[in-house]
Each structure stands twice: as structure tokens, then as C-alpha cells.
Design a protein around this ligand. Structure first.
Ligand SMILES: [Zn+2]
Ligand SMILES: [Zn+2]
Length: 421
């Protein structure tokens, strides 16, 4: 049997041998859902998992941000003094307010951990690896808000990483789905309070500005491209009917498939917000309080390898993946390091961000799919580690994808050029 296949078989057996421990890990995270930036229990539980594994992992708690962590092991094998290949697995573990793990991030954590320990076991004692291998697991909090990975990028967490892997629960298996960019915009109107019946002419109505802004955006929506999204809420609209509201606040998300389109959408939305201020006499503050999430850059070599490993494990990939308009801060990572972010079925047709999905993410049934995904991911890492030619192709795909994106941005005359990462 080819050596590469032996390594792949061995990691599968090892992951299966840990299945109870892995299920209990993701179940513990699922049972105590914590929202973005507050994932202290999940952080501690994951750190503990690595500390208890035969002292081969070096663990950094509270890595860069309070609920992130880093676990590393290696270099393993390869010739002495050769440059080290660092393969990195990402764990997310934040939940949603009120509905818990409705995006299944507890399973993302399980996949990352299982793939990393499986790979380590299989590579250990393997003579003749082309290069020494380091395995890194990064715990990346706050995906559902803020964009925790972008803070980690800015602090240099990915500078020595060669290839990055993670997988996200969804309704189907797919090696790649086009995700969209997202910017969060906060709009605040400042007016003047007054008695709404006795002296309404003395007031400047901030709620009216919010309503006009909301309606301006609704009218604009008809003129947007079908894949663009612009959706929001009124967060604050006054305190009492007999007081002309002096303050109102809205929050919108803007999404487009490509970064260059996001600049245009921002300009259109800002015009809507400013027009409402002008019409009512309010002052307006327009802010972008969180990082912009980028679309994921595809990597065809990694996607093909993942599909062939998945198929060997019985994964069925639909010919035509369903359309998808989600966003992830992994997009920003994909601009920094070659990587893959497949989606995986967890045994339910329920949709992410629903209570039904929360239930499915904690169910025993999801385990088969979760561990199968971890194996396919680790097997893809084996391909990259054992075949320098494939690694070269992965790097070339990354270079070309970045080049294409930059060319599109230049043509559009958009000044977005990744400032965040
Ligand atoms: Zn989500
Ligand atoms: Zn998610």
C-alpha cells in the first residue's frame, strides 16, 4: 500500500478511537453556549483537552485575545534543519444569543481538534516525510460578531502558517461555497426633544430620520444586484410618545459577493442615511464598528483533494451546490494564507440559525458526519504534507486567486485593498 494511504488509514483509526472523548468535548461546549467574545468555558475546555494529551502539545491560553488559544506540536519528522511546514486547524466555538449553538460552532471545534490530533498521531513515527511538519490549532473566537480571526491576523497569528483548514456545518457537503463579504454599519441620528403635543415645532425628530432611512434603504433594494444584501433593524426609536425623539439608532448589514462591490454598496447606503438627516434636520453619525469580513478566496487544488478524500469516506458532494449567501471571517484568513473551508451535512435539513439546528448540532447523529469531515480534512493535510508538488500547486492557486481579486478591485477603482488584515 502506498505510504500516503497508510498514513490516511492510520489517522482514521485514531480519530475513531477517540470518538467518545471528542463527542463529549463538543457536547460540553454545546451545553454551555457562550456568545462572541465570552467563550471562557469553551476556551478552558479546549485548552484542557490539549494539556491532557501526553504532553506533546504546547498550549498558549488567552492567545492574543482573552478567549483565543493556540496549541502547537512538532516539528515532526523530515530532515534535520529543513524548513518547517506549518499546517493549521481552526476551531470556532461561539454561540448565538438566545438560541445557543444554532450555527454548530461546537462541531467546528470538534472537527479542528479531531483532525489535528489524528494528523499528529499518523505522522509520528513516519520516516521519510519530505519536510518537518508543525501542527497548529488556533482557537478563533467571536466569528458571529466582531470577527475574531481578523484580530488574530492583525496580531500576526498566521505569519508562520503555510496552509489553513477548517470546516463549517451546513445543509450539505461542499468543498467550497462562495461566501459573501459583510460590513456592519451603525447609524445614529441626533435631533431635539420637545413636547410632542404642546410644542412639536420646537422638536427635531430623530425617529422620523430613522424611519426615512429605513424606507430609503428599502427603495434602494430594488435597484441592487440579486446577490447583494442590505438588511437592518431600528435599535432605538425614542422613549415615550409625548416626547419628540431626540435620538434614534439603526444597525444594518451590507453584503456583496466581491469586495469591490461592497464599496459601491456602502456609498449607496450612506446616501440613504444622509438624505434622511437632511430631510429631518437631524445630525447623523455613520460608523462601521466591526471588521469587514471578506469573501473566501477559492483554492481549487485543496478543494479537489478534499473532495477525493471525502468521497473515499462515503461523502456525497452534490453536482450543483445550493446557493449560499453567508459570510465568515475565514474569508480574511483566505487572503493571508492558502486554505480551505468546506461545509458539511450534519444529518438534518434544518437551517443554520434556527432552534432546530441547535438541536441537531448537539445530537448524537451529527457525530458520524463531524468525524468524517475531520478525517477528510486531516487526509487533505496529509496530501499536502507528503507531496511537495501538491503543496506547490496549492501555493500557486493562492497566488493566482489573489491576483484575480486585486485585478477586479483595480478595474472597479475601489480603494478597499485589504486594509484590515
Ligand atoms: Zn452563523
Ligand atoms: Zn457559523
Amino acid at each position: 500500500m502506498e505510504k500516503r494511504q497508510q498514513v490516511k488509514n492510520s489517522l482514521q483509526v485514531f480519530i475513531d478511537s477517540l470518538k467518545d472523548e471528542l463527542h463529549s468535548l463538543s457536547r460540553d461546549i454545546w451545553c454551555r453556549p457562550e456568545v462572541a467574545g465570552e467563550e471562557t468555558h469553551a476556551h478552558d475546555r479546549l485548552v484542557q483537552f490539549f494539556l491532557q494529551r501526553d504532553h506533546t502539545w504546547t498550549v498558549q491560553r488567552h492567545y492574543i485575545t482573552p478567549t483565543a488559544f493556540r496549541a502547537t506540536c512538532g516539528p515532526i519528522g523530515g530532515s534535520e534543519g529543513g524548513s518547517v511546514l506549518n499546517v493549521c486547524f481552526l476551531c470556532e466555538y461561539d454561540a448565538l444569543p438566545e438560541i445557543g449553538h444554532a450555527c454548530g460552532h461546537n462541531l467546528i471545534a470538534e472537527v479542528g481538534v479531531a483532525a489535528a490530533v489524528g494528523l499528529r498521531f499518523a505522522l509520528e513515527n513516519q520516516p521519510g516525510l519530505p519536510v518537518p511538519v508543525k501542527i497548529t490549532v488556533l482557537g478563533t473566537p467571536a466569528e458571529e460578531a466582531i470577527g475574531g480571526k481578523i484580530d488574530l491576523i492583525q496580531a500576526g497569528a498566521f505569519t508562520d502558517v503555510d496552509v489553513v483548514f477548517m470546516a463549517h456545518p451546513a445543509q450539505q457537503d461542499a468543498s467550497f461555497l462562495p461566501t459573501v463579504t459583510i460590513a456592519e454599519v451603525s447609524v445614529k441620528y441626533h435631533g431635539q426633544a420637545s413636547h410632542a403635543s404642546a410644542y412639536p415645532w420646537e422638536g427635531v425628530n430623530a425617529l422620523d430620520a430613522a424611519v426615512l432611512a429605513y424606507n430609503n434603504v428599502s427603495v434602494l433594494r430594488q435597484q441592487l444586484k440579486p446577490e447583494w444584501r442590505l438588511h437592518g433593524i431600528i435599535k432605538h426609536g425614542g422613549v415615550k410618545p409625548n416626547i419628540i425623539p431626540a435620538y434614534s439608532e439603526l444597525e444594518f448589514y451590507l453584503r456583496t459577493p466581491q469586495l469591490e462591490d461592497l464599496c459601491g454598496l456602502k456609498a449607496k447606503a450612506e446616501a440613504c442615511f444622509k438624505a434622511a438627516a437632511l430631510a429631518t434636520g437631524c445630525l447623523v453619525d455613520i460608523n462601521y464598528p466591526t471588521h469587514t469580513y471578506y469573501n473566501i478566496l477559492p483554492n481549487a487544488t485543496l478543494a479537489n483533494l478534499y473532495e477525493s478524500n471525502g468521497k473515499a469516506l462515503g461523502v456525497e458532494f452534490p453536482e450543483q451546490p445550493a446557493s449560499f449567501s453567508g459570510s465568515t471571517d475565514f474569508g480574511n484568513v483566505s487572503f493571508i494564507v492558502p486554505g480551505i473551508h468546506p461545509f458539511f451535512y450534519i444529518g438534518t435539513r434544518a437551517l443554520n440559525h434556527t432552534e432546530e439546528y441547535t438541536k441537531a448540532a448537539g445530537a448524537e447523529e451529527a457525530q458520524l458526519y463531524t468525524l468524517r469531515t475531520a478525517k477528510a480534512l486531516a487526509m487533505t493535510a496529509v496530501d499536502v504534507v507528503c507531496c511537495p508538488d501538491l503543496l506547490q500547486q496549492v501555493r500557486e492557486d493562492f497566488r493566482l486567486a489573489k491576483l484575480t481579486q486585486e485585478k477586479a478591485d483595480r478595474l472597479e477603482g475601489c480603494s478597499k485593498a485589504p486594509k484590515d488584515p
